[in-house]
Design a protein. Sequence first.
Length: 176
Amino acid sequence: MPISAALAAVSFNARAQNAADAGPTDPQIAAIVVTANQVDIDAGKLALKMGRSKEVKAFAQTMVRDHTGVNQAASDLVHKLNVTPEPNATSEALEQGGDENVSKLKTLKGKAFDKAYVSHEVAYHQAVLDAMDKTLIPDAKNADLKALLVKVRPAFVAHLDHAKHLQAELDDSGGH
């Protein structure tokens, strides 16, 4: 499993499973949301430059567009609520994992790049959905923050399904 997905899963699952931990605060959740989206934006921008197949580039464009939109909505909300996103172990692990993923992807070309990028997108979206369901949505105290997470969740599901479909196509066709 790619490092960012592994880090995200470990960080989120550890927090979700620790009953003594009250879970992340709303400012911490805001930082996690912004960081998780930025990680996917950065990978998508790289895939737009380095992707081989038109399907991978189209998927990357969707990731950049959709995750930029979520970040704008999150930014607007934290401004409205006068909340400053608070970096935390989970957001820092996501950022580090995202940087490591981009560094790894930069060493690949052609079909190998496409497959690695899409494989990471499958694992990453699954980890983010797990975090949303187990930690972020249940622990959000602010009703507007919780509503934003619930509202964007279907897009993450659609991204995961699209990435899985693309992954199967790349495996079947050898990457076009």
